[in-house]
Design a protein around this ligand. Structure first.
Ligand SMILES: NC(=O)C1=CN([C@@H]2O[C@H](COP(=O)(O)OP(=O)(O)OC[C@H]3O[C@@H](n4cnc5c(N)ncnc54)[C@H](O)[C@@H]3O)[C@@H](O)[C@H]2O)[C@@H](O)CC1
Ligand SMILES: [K+]
Length: 498
């Protein structure tokens, strides 16, 4: 029996959306979840994540974040219709959604429908009104068994790539600004703990991709169906991951990555110097404690705490991929203190043997601000840096330590950066803040924010000064260069040893 259903899920879009993707009407599973493509067998989110080489978003928040970051508006053609179950073929008496709502806000340059039925309905009910044709993409529904996941990814990639955000003009922000940005992201509803969760999952995703290359599975297959390939591999053929976790929030990223890899069935060894309950930094402590509880239940996961040099050497020598999450932006000084100095030396030795290394945020021992390398410093094949790149990673000599730098886009930051720029342009320049030399700026910033204490040298760039200026002149009175104001609330609980 057909039943009449009303569309109740709000569209996702904003003024930066450039492409509109439309389905027919949400399935019963999606309606139950309150979000698009909610059936676990539907491949929409897997395909989209693969197009952008990101981990598959899990929550509604993760999904919205991905769409907005990538400039994709998402809705359906039908506002109401008669339908039997989830069968597109049975759809009758369609009342279309008012799609103009999106076009009035966003400069939509292309429209795509996710399946033949949505395409037909759009052509019949919406195209004339909107004055834009739509291209039809293969359906991601499990009912469309003839289109494989790699084929879906290819089709969606070809369609979306010309319109979606590129990383060409990606910002590079000073470490102190990244801290302010994280705080602003948190204020707008994405807590630091969620950023850390995403950071860890991104690291795990990149590490798995690296491992696939390492065990030289055919490039084409691995590009898009990595989950399946990993699942099908015999346990003894699976790659071995080792995660070196420090005592701060960089270590927190590592614990989350280890948990995520282990949950995906991978062999993981976590090496740490303190147990999670002894970590003082937050959100790292909570994230590490939660990860430990999961790891302890999995037979293919191991936690190696305060290892001897021999134990560490043995664990590293069995690893295919090492995630370096010892020290991040909180690293300071020109030498790495024990025991991490020896851990770094051992990891570099194993990299020379063929192990691949992926650094969380910044190679441990490298200043994310200046690019200066301490003794010793991790040499990575890839650095997955969080939210935005930092100046130290962009210096030519940092390449030897960072390898390829990829940015994990943990949150939708464009509105925040644009607002900061706008407020910087709208307000007159504050002579006191902007006419200081860079050296003075560094001194003041260091005094007002502990997190810049390790920015030993001059800022190598002032290309993102708009962000700082806007902060300096914000109406809430916060001037990062001024010592007149009380110190900002610390973002993380600091490690008492540092
Ligand atoms: N909290 C959050 O929301 C997020 C945090 N992120 C991660 O947090 C990191 C920054 O975290 P923290 O500020 O806690 O700092 P880190 O974890 O980078 O470093 C602090 C730790 O390093 C130790 N340390 C400093 N200098 C040392 C030296 N010379 N030798 C040996 N040990 C030294 C300190 O004792 C402390 O334990 C980022 O790099 C990033 O990886 C990311 O997850 C993004 C989100
Ligand atoms: K690191």
């Amino acid at each position: 029996m057909p039943s009449t259903i009303e569309h109740t899920i709000e569209p996702v879009f904003d003024k930066r959306s450039r492409v509109l993707v439309l389905g027919s009407i949400p399935s019963p599973k999606s309606r139950e979840q309150g979000f698009f493509y909610g059936h676990p067998q539907n491949r929409f989110w897997r395909a989209l994540a693969a197009v952008f080489d990101e981990p598959v978003p899990r929550t509604v928040e993760d999904k919205k974040d991905l769409l907005l970051r990538r400039g994709i508006a998402l809705w359906d053609v039908a506002a109401s219709c008669e339908i039997e179950g989830a069968s597109d073929a049975s759809i009758r008496n369609v009342v279309p959604n008012n799609l103009k709502l999106i076009l009035e806000t966003a400069d939509i340059q292309a429209v795509f429908c996710t399946g033949a039925k949505a395409g037909q309905l759009y052509a019949r009910l919406c195209e004339k009104d909107l004055g834009m044709p739509a291209a039809t993409l293969p359906s991601t529904s499990p009912a469309n068994a003839k289109t494989t996941l790699p084929q879906l990814v290819q089709a969606y990639r070809n369609a979306l790539s010309p319109y979606t955000a590129s990383s060409e003009n990606a910002p590079v922000l000073d470490v102190a600004d990244v801290v302010r940005l994280e705080r602003e992201i948190a204020k707008r509803g994405t807590p630091l703990a969620l950023l850390m969760e995403r950071a860890g999952c991104f690291l795990a995703h990149r590490a798995q991709r690296m491992a696939e290359k390492q065990i030289s599975i055919e490039e084409n297959a691995l590009l898009n169906e990595n989950d399946q390939i990993m699942d099908n591999a015999r346990p003894e053929d699976r790659p071995r991951f080792i995660v070196l976790c420090g005592n701060g929030n960089n270590g927190g990223d590592g614990w989350v990555a280890a948990r995520d890899l282990a949950e995906n069935g991978q062999h993981v060894t976590v090496v740490c110097n303190v147990m999670p309950n002894e970590i003082s930094a937050q959100p790292a402590r909570d994230a590490a404690q939660a990860a430990k509880r999961v790891l302890e239940t999995l037979p293919h996961a191991l936690i190696l705490a305060t290892p001897t040099q021999e134990q560490l050497h043995e664990a590293l020598s069995q690893a295919d991929v090492c995630i370096d999450a010892l020290l991040g932006t909180g690293f300071e000084g020109s030498h790495v203190r024990p025991p991490f100095d020896a851990w770094i030396a051992a990891a570099n030795e194993q990299r020379a043997r063929g192990m691949l290394t992926i650094a969380a945020d910044v190679p441990s021992g490298l200043s994310a601000q200046t690019g200066k390398a301490a003794t010793p410093c991790v040499k990575a094949d890839e650095t997955v840096t969080m939210i935005v790149s930092k100046p130290g990673l962009e210096t030519p000599f940092a390449f030897a330590f960072c390898g390829t730098v990829s940015v994990a886009p943990l949150a939708y930051i464009d509105p925040i950066l644009d607002e900061k720029k706008e407020s910087a342009l709208a307000k007159p320049r504050a002579a006191s803040a902007n006419d200081r030399t860079l050296d003075e700026n560094d001194e003041k910033a260091a005094a007002s924010d502990k997190r810049t204490a390790h920015a030993e040298a001059k800022r190598p760039t002032d290309r993102n000064n708009e962000f700082l200026r806007a902060e300096a002149e914000d109406d809430d009175g916060y001037d990062p260069y001024s010592d007149r104001r009380p110190e900002p609330e610390p973002l993380f609980q600091r490690d008492p040893w540092s």
